[in-house]
Design a binder for this molecule. Structure first.
Ligand code: AMP
Length: 403
């Protein structure tokens, strides 16, 4: 058994999973919340045990990781003898700028580079660093690996990642498309490429569009298994509408609304990131389950929010088909489209011209969050539902580099 601890640290939270990489199995997982705030709480669930929760003071991420280790090694509910069973730690890191196109073993230089990228990921990178430093303090000598959300986008050609702004925006301020959800797009693209290879398509010829549609949503186009475009940009705000993010809009709306409402830069940032998206359109919720329930009750704005979401995703699929010169597979992944057949239907209807021949009945009746194909066996374009697996991917990356 080879145990890898996977950490996803936010500013006041720390999600963790202990993974047995040999079995591809999650041994235990949980989350520390309200770190640095009163009433911090840790949850823990061993694979074969009940969920456990306790309030416990956590001033820092180091305190949090110590509590995680205490629970993992607890005599009653723990899953390992002692800390030395953990061979390596994999950290999800938001922004690696242009420096990292691959996961990397963490050393002082890598820490410095993550720090340098703070202006590009002002909310996440400092939190990711706290998570890494907390682990380093609590687990000295254990190798750590950083897996960057932006790494996948580093193979995009320049015409795809540059914005048509004065060139100095790029050279002086690093303004370009980076893309996010990289670990998820990489994993599901890899899975789709394997399926296409089995159908006789050479890896280098594969054209895959991946739709990661969850709390945050983005699409990616991959040729030969490498990213050639992706919908999120300098920040995760660009692209399709999301739970509370507006996605791409006419940029002139920003000064227009600032002028009319008196919102400042911070206000408009919050407006676009937290008050918009399907939540802003519907006025109901950012959760697609709530929107469906409201739409079924006759709420027109909730129905509109769902329609608008599907419309924009379908547009991106069309534009990426043009980017790739055709498409062999479209992948549906993450919370919304692993679960909601109506949204899949809303997105995929009308794509027959691309060669998508859906099995609409199976789309409605197929099990949720399961790896399967929802197009007919004769369809030219294969539409796959592939549950994403970011933590397992981080664990595998970590094992490959650290062991
Ligand atoms: P994720 O970011 O992948 O965890 O996805 C979370 C989102 O998936 C939630 O905010 C919901 O909008 C959506 N979701 C989860 N379960 C369902 C479901 N059964 N039906 C529709 N949407 C769902």
């Amino acid at each position: 058994m080879t145990y890898i601890l996977v950490i996803n640290a936010g500013s006041s939270s720390l999600k963790y999973q202990l993974i047995d990489i040999d079995e591809g199995h999650i041994i235990a997982k949980g989350i520390c919340e309200r770190i640095g705030i009163a009433k911090s709480i840790i949850s823990y669930k061993a694979d074969k045990g009940d969920k456990f929760e306790k309030e416990s003071p956590m001033k820092t991420h180091e305190d949090a990781i110590k509590l995680v280790l205490d629970l993992l090694t607890d005599k009653q509910i723990g899953v390992i003898e002692d800390m030395s069973c953990i061979e390596a730690v994999g950290h999800r890191v938001l922004h690696g700028g242009e420096k990292y196109s691959e996961p990397v073993l963490i050393d002082d230089q890598v820490l410095e580079a993550i720090e340098e990228c703070i202006p590009l990921g002002p909310l996440h990178n400092p939190a990711n660093l706290m998570g890494i430093r907390g682990c380093m303090a609590a687990m000295p000598g254990v190798p750590m690996v950083a897996v960057f959300d932006t790494a996948w986008g580093q193979t995009m050609p320049k015409e795809a990642y540059m914005y048509a702004l004065p060139y100095e925006a790029y050279t002086d301020h690093k303004v370009r498309r980076y893309g996010f959800h990289g670990t998820s797009h990489r994993y599901v693209t890899g899975q789709a490429v394997k399926k296409l290879e089995k159908l006789g398509i050479k890896k280098e010829d594969t054209r895959v569009i991946t739709c990661h549609l969850g709390n945050g949503s983005s699409l990616s186009a991959a040729k030969g298994g490498k990213c050639v475009d992706t919908s999120m940009g300098l920040t995760p705000l660009e692209g399709v509408p999301m739970g509370t993010r507006c996605g791409s809009i006419d940029p002139a709306i920003i000064p227009y609304l600032m002028g009319r409402t008196g919102m400042n830069a911070q206000d408009i940032d919050t407006y676009m990131n937290k008050k918009s998206g399907v939540y802003g359109v519907s006025g109901v919720s950012s959760d697609f389950r709530d929107l469906k329930a409201a739409a079924d009750q006759g709420n027109e704005r909730a129905a509109l929010a769902r329609k608008l979401f599907c419309y924009k995703v379908r547009q991106y699929i069309g534009s990426y088909a043009a980017t790739l010169g055709g498409v062999d597979a479209i992948v549906m992944t993450a919370g919304i489209v692993e679960n909601d057949p109506y949204i899949r239907e809303g997105i995929l209807q009308g794509l027959e011209f691309l060669g998508v021949d859906m099995d609409w009945e199976f789309n409605m009746t197929c099990p949720r969050a399961t790896d399967l194909e929802i197009t007919k066996p004769t369809s030219k374009v294969h539409v796959y539902v592939i549950p994403t697996d970011e933590e397992m991917t981080i664990a595998r990356d970590t094992a490959a580099l650290a062991l």
